[in-house]
Design a protein. Structure first.
Length: 361
């Protein structure tokens, strides 16, 4: 595939966005284009040591920046935008996590009022070793260190919402946004319903890894060098973002309370399975009930996200979304083979740690 169309997007700090909707595109691409892009971490790169408390060094509400929007030519309302994650890699040899006084699943928030004292604001700095494929957890207050495997993902990815609405990048919804599901890793194709011309794709909030639920409110937050390939499927817009890998189909639901996010994701997966197989809805409901999985995305954001997941082997010889996942996998393989062959440079290289010391008290 020598005629592979590859473009780059490396926004300056002033070009980073903090919303979905309402912004002019930074880039316009044709369907089938490979986009090499960079994203900043959720703190905007301002938290660099354990003494850099986000409440002191970050400017609220300018958190969780995204790269974009990217206008995909030919995408019209009612269409489906397919985004295949080709490669996601940290661009620095450090990453950050933190606890906050009023953010996270196990502390009082503005929605969950409690009389107990807020949690302490604490920062952890992780050493990232791309060659070994690890990030190092160092307890702040004693105890063994733990080397964790890298599992890079994007917590935030989505398109412009419908009806000229504008949502903060931290909010997940039907447009995507800050869903914080570890399933959003390289090899995954995500499907969004297009709401405005060009779809206006944006992504950010890179994580070196994250547990399901993102329970403390932050993952191992990192700047990323990411490669995606985009395509447009005419019509068939899903009501909620859907994901496909080689082995699984997944549906998302983002709302509050958590049980309604669960219901939304399960409902979408059941109706999707029925549509793909020709089963009656109750037959699909029965199969999903016995073979489905339900990993959490986030349980900390303005909306919660749940994922409903079903192995494709249970659905027979089906082709979801006109088989676009397989086609985009071929494009991704062609791009990676060119890069490995040296015809396309590996553009994103880990930078040295600017922090003077890691997890210093």
């Amino acid at each position: 595939m020598s005629d592979l169309e590859v473009v780059s997007l490396e926004p300056t700090p002033g070009q980073l966005r903090y919303t979905f909707g309402g912004g002019e595109p930074l880039l316009r691409v044709q369907p089938g284009t490979v986009v090499e892009l960079t994203t900043e971490d959720c703190f905007g790169g301002r938290v660099r040591s354990a003494s850099d408390l986000p409440s002191r060094v970050c400017e609220f509400p300018y958190l969780n920046p995204v790269t974009g929007p990217i206008h995909v030519e030919g995408a019209e309302p009612g269409d489906t935008l397919a985004v295949h994650l080709v490669d996601i890699a940290p661009t620095r040899d450090w990453a950050i996590s933190a606890t906050f006084p009023h953010f996270g699943a196990l502390t009082a928030t503005h929605n969950t009022a409690m009389l107990h004292d807020p949690l302490e604001e604490v920062v952890w700095v992780y050493e990232v070793d791309r060659e070994k494929g690890t990030c190092l957890f160092r307890p702040r207050r004693g105890g063994p260190e733990v080397e964790l495997p890298l599992d890079p993902m994007h917590g935030t990815i989505g398109v412009a919402p419908a009806a000229n609405e504008v949502f903060a990048s931290i909010t997940p919804g039907a447009h995507g946004g800050n869903m914080d599901t570890p399933e959003m890793r390289a090899g995954t194709t995500v499907y969004f319903g297009v709401n405005v011309p060009g779809a206006q794709l944006a992504l950010g909030d890179g994580h070196c890894r994250q547990g399901e639920g993102e329970v403390c409110g932050t993952a191992v937050e990192a700047a990323m060098g990411t490669v995606v390939v985009v395509d447009v499927i005419k019509g068939g817009a899903p009501a909620w973002p859907r994901l496909e890998t080689d082995e699984f189909l997944m549906s998302t639901g983002s709302t509050r309370p958590l049980e309604d996010a669960y219901r939304v994701s399960q409902h979408d997966l059941v109706t999707w399975a029925a549509e793909l197989t020709g089963w009656d809805t109750l037959d699909a409901y029965q199969l999903v009930s016995q073979a489905g999985l339900a990993p959490a995305g986030n349980v900390v954001d303005t909306n919660y996200t749940m994922v409903a997941k079903l192995a494709k082997r249970f659905l027979g010889n089906i082709q979801a979304a006109d088989g676009v996942h397989g086609r985009l996998r071929e494009t991704a393989a062609a791009y990676l083979s060119q890069r490995w062959a040296g015809r396309r440079p590996a553009r994103f290289v880990a930078a040295p740690t600017p922090a003077p010391s890691l997890n210093a008290p």
